[in-house]
Design a protein around this ligand. Structure first.
Ligand code: PEP
Ligand code: MG
Length: 328
């Protein structure tokens, strides 16, 4: 049976990502290093929806130079050959430390000095990364995404610094970087709750459910003692996700998801029913997702979402309703 499925999926490598009723979506890959690119093309992903740039910093004993970063970003963008590549700026802190940054010891690292909070305070590091990204954008469709955004001011500061670096590069290379889209990870509840304000200013959202769930339930995503609180189907969380998607669409912006939930088989009909545009996941999940997507009708998925949001009260309730819907 599994062999049969694999053969079915293999046929979908170059197929579009569409629902049974012909609605177009985008199924993308998450990557951690440029060497993951082989899997992206094998899976026939429509894009790279999340390139975690941390490896550049983690694999090095000192800050990676602009040139080193430029080469890595350029390679990814070139290999993707015009398909979108979303590169996330440095997300260090939390459980990822860097000896050469000399970050302070913290009692609550996940609530502390992490990601964009570091970038905005150590601007030289941030500016180097942005310059490398802007230069690499000449070779394809590069998008920049900022992690752990909690407030509008943070995004505005990021955008201002980006524009500043772009202008400097444009002195020698007019127009460079002008088509780069800027987006945010929606992974801090404050940003999700106030998505309508962010949607007016950003080009796209990508919902980071790994952290959004951790922060919404106040439960460390790596701590097994509290893993029962990692509840992707909790109706409260689903309402929050729907709010983010609706807010993006209200302003004509794209809503993506790049946390684990984007490649989850139970979540798929719910997310399609909410109209999520882009699903970014491990390359190994792309074809399975594309195959299931092809069998789902978006109108029926939307009815499922309405049914769940009106009647489910627990994670289990939702799970049962979806499984019934899928005929499992
Ligand atoms: C997330 O938080 O969902 C996410 C995709 O980012 P990371 O797992 O790298 O924190
Ligand atoms: Mg995250």
């Amino acid at each position: 049976h599994f062999e049969h499925l694999r053969q079915e999926w293999a046929k979908l490598v170059s197929a579009p990502s569409v629902s049974a009723d012909g609605k177009k979506f985008e199924i993308a890959s998450n990557i951690g290093t440029p060497t993951d690119l082989a899997d992206v093309s094998k899976a026939g992903a429509d894009a790279v929806g999340l390139f975690r740039s941390e490896f550049l910093y983690m694999d090095s004993s000192s800050l990676p130079t602009e040139e080193e970063q430029y080469k890595a970003y350029k390679r990814v963008v070139k290999v993707m050959n015009g398909k979108p590549v979303v590169i996330r700026t440095m997300d260090i802190g939390g459980d990822k430390s860097l000896s050469y940054l000399h970050l302070p010891k913290e009692l609550n690292p996940f609530l502390g000095y992490r990601a964009i909070r570091i970038s905005l305070q150590r601007q030289a590091v941030f500016r180097t990364q942005l310059r490398a990204l802007i230069r690499a954008s000449k070779f394809g469709q590069l998008r920049i995404m900022f992690p752990m955004i909690a407030t509008l001011e943070e995004f505005r500061q990021c955008k201002a610094i980006f524009i500043d670096e772009k202008k400097k590069l444009q002195v020698d290379d007019p127009g460079i970087g002008d088509d780069i889209k800027l987006g945010i990870m929606v992974e801090v509840p404050a940003a999700a709750i106030f998505a309508e304000a962010f949607a007016k200013e950003v080009d796209f959202f990508s919902i980071g459910t790994n952290d959004l769930i951790q922060y919404t339930f106040a439960a460390d995503r790596g701590n097994e003692c509290v893993s029962y609180l990692y509840q992707p189907y909790n109706p409260g969380l689903l309402k929050l996700i729907k709010h983010v998607i609706d807010a993006a669409h209200q302003e004509g912006k794209t809503a993506a998801m790049c946390g684990e939930m984007a490649g989850d088989a139970v979540a798929l009909p719910l997310l399609m029913g909410m109209g999520l545009d882009e699903y970014s996941m491990s390359s190994s999940s792309v074809l399975r997702t594309r195959s299931t997507m092809k069998s789902l009708d978006t109108t029926k998925c939307a009815e499922l979402v309405e049914h769940v949001l009106n009647t489910a009260l627990t994670n289990d309730d939702t799970q049962k309703m979806v499984k019934e819907f899928l005929g499992k």
